[in-house]
Design a binder for this molecule. Structure first.
Ligand SMILES: [Zn+2]
Length: 489
């Protein structure tokens, strides 16, 4: 049987299984056979007409198979197919890839204090005083100063990168501290940009920080990015990933990419002039809600430290012009297995932004492209009659109404907090367990914040249920407005 590796983001549809087996003459047939009994998985991987979706890369061993060719590439029982999702990741380096010209490093000088500070760099034959001057001359833009941005900013500042641009409009939240180590407990509630700048200057006052306390958008992205040598993608959402990619391609700059999910990370360097770009790999964003954010899916706090450090090393290599950059290679990291895998990436000659016949010549509306509005994915639009506030829910419970309340979170979330009298049916099981519910009952659905429960409501609606209500704000609103003893998370 051909083995098919299922990525972590889709294991909610495979009953947690990481490997499924199937049989068939081609990649498509083998994958279809492996997932045939799992509706959710099938729909995530294939379109209604049975075509493989473009939101995944498919590898046969370590060779990438284009989704268009997957129905013609033959497989055998010994083969291994790996599906690599995008997570909210043939190279010509003969002309060199260092981003700092000799003229720029020649006009840069180090003080004696700096020479002492960077002494462990200066004695590396690959760096030397010349390399340290390049680092000093370099201007690196970090999109986001959160999980990936924290180690990136700290190590790039410590290494002596002369100018760091930071783009972030968020404030430090208590739940950030588990991984965003550039911020401290006393920073909770302060702008991340301010907190990060202070930490950077404490670590290395020689670094010039250029803060952009604004959302990175189509309107400001070119203005913000144009003066930087390298752009680093430390974002957590798909619209900003596509925007960061397109800005980098249009400006001809390298985009050092990293992404994280639970225990797994990805890193590569996109540079359209020398290799593939993000759109070459992932022409289409995943449907909203298929790949959860860290807030929805969780993340090991150390993981962004590993991936962010890999991005920092790649940025430094691009500045120094040393080693082999991750251009055209995707490195994936699995913390639970503690292993790395490397996949060769191909430039897509039909890529809409870096291909020969590009169709994208300027920045577009990325939230529309990704099918969402707003930075966080918003709930599917429901009518007012399909919504209920936590206050109204409490009143009806207190009035002794016999309510059917479904909690569509995961069991480990249910173990943290719950509303009394609710039935746990995780979102991934709603479709198959719908038969346990009575069509004519009024069914009230909640999750943590109201987004997954809106998805669940639509699933039940599609199965003929009519009397459904989504709890606005979920159990989080219940904790804030009704019962503060219910812990928030
Ligand atoms: Zn491309």
């Amino acid at each position: 049987m051909t083995r098919v590796f299922i990525p972590a983001v889709l294991r909610k549809f495979s009953g947690g299984a990481a490997v499924l087996t199937g049989s068939g003459p081609t990649v498509v047939e083998a994958v279809k056979s492996a997932v045939r009994k799992m509706d959710g998985l099938y729909m995530s991987l294939f379109t209604e007409t049975g075509q493989m979706r473009h939101t995944f890369m498919t590898f046969l061993h370590d060779r990438q198979v284009s989704s268009n060719l997957a129905s013609t590439v033959a497989v055998s029982a010994e083969d291994v197919i790996t599906l690599v999702p995008q997570l909210a990741g043939g190279v010509d380096l003969s002309n060199g890839f260092g981003v700092i010209s000799e003229e720029r490093s020649a006009t840069t000088a180090l003080t004696n204090d700096e020479i002492l500070r960077y002494s462990r760099h200066l004695i590396l034959p690959e760096v030397t005083l010349e390399g340290q001057k390049r680092l000093r001359a370099a201007k690196v833009l970090l999109i986001g100063s959160g999980g990936l941005g924290s180690p990136l900013a700290l190590y790039l500042a410590a290494a002596g990168v002369g100018t760091l641009g930071l783009v972030d409009f968020d404030v430090v939240d208590y739940t950030n501290l588990q991984r965003q180590i550039i911020h401290g407990t006393s920073d909770v509630g302060r702008p991340k940009i301010v907190s990060a700048t202070e930490t950077i200057h404490d670590l290395n006052p020689n670094v010039k920080v250029i803060p952009f306390e604004e959302r990175f958008t189509s309107e400001n992205a070119m203005r913000i990015a144009k003066d930087f040598d390298i752009i680093i993608d430390g974002t957590d959402n798909f619209p900003t990933r596509y925007l960061t990619n397109d800005v980098s391609v249009l400006l001809g700059k390298p985009n050092v990419y990293g992404s994280i999910f639970r225990f797994e990370g990805q890193a590569t360097v996109f540079w359209a002039e020398k290799g593939p770009c993000y759109r070459c790999l992932y022409p289409e964003p995943p449907p909203p809600g298929m790949v959860p954010s860290c807030a929805e899916g969780g993340v090991l706090g150390v993981l962004p430290g590993i991936v962010g450090c890999m991005q920092a090393i790649e940025a430094i290599k691009l500045i120094l012009g040393i080693g082999e950059p991750l251009i055209g290679r995707l490195l994936t990291f699995n913390a639970l297995k503690m292993n790395f895998r490397e996949y060769k990436l191909r430039k897509d000659p039909n890529c809409p932004i870096c291909g020969e016949n590009r169709t994208i010549n300027e920045l577009i509306d990325y939230e529309e492209f990704c099918g969402i509005r707003g930075e966080e994915r918003e709930a599917v639009q429901l009518s007012q009659s399909e919504e209920i506030s936590v206050v109204e829910l409490k009143q009806r419970m207190d009035a002794g109404e016999n309510l059917v309340i479904i909690d569509v979170r995961e069991p480990y979330e249910y173990a943290i907090s719950r509303i009394p009298g609710t039935i746990l049916i995780p979102l991934g099981q709603v479709s198959e367990r719908a038969a346990e519910l009575e069509q004519f009952d009024e069914i009230i659905i909640h999750c943590r914040s109201g987004i997954r429960s809106a998805d669940a409501l639509n699933i039940l609606k599609s199965k003929g249920f009519k009397n459904l209500k989504n709890v606005v704000g979920g159990i989080d609103a219940w904790s804030v407005e009704i019962d503060p003893t219910v812990p928030r998370y």
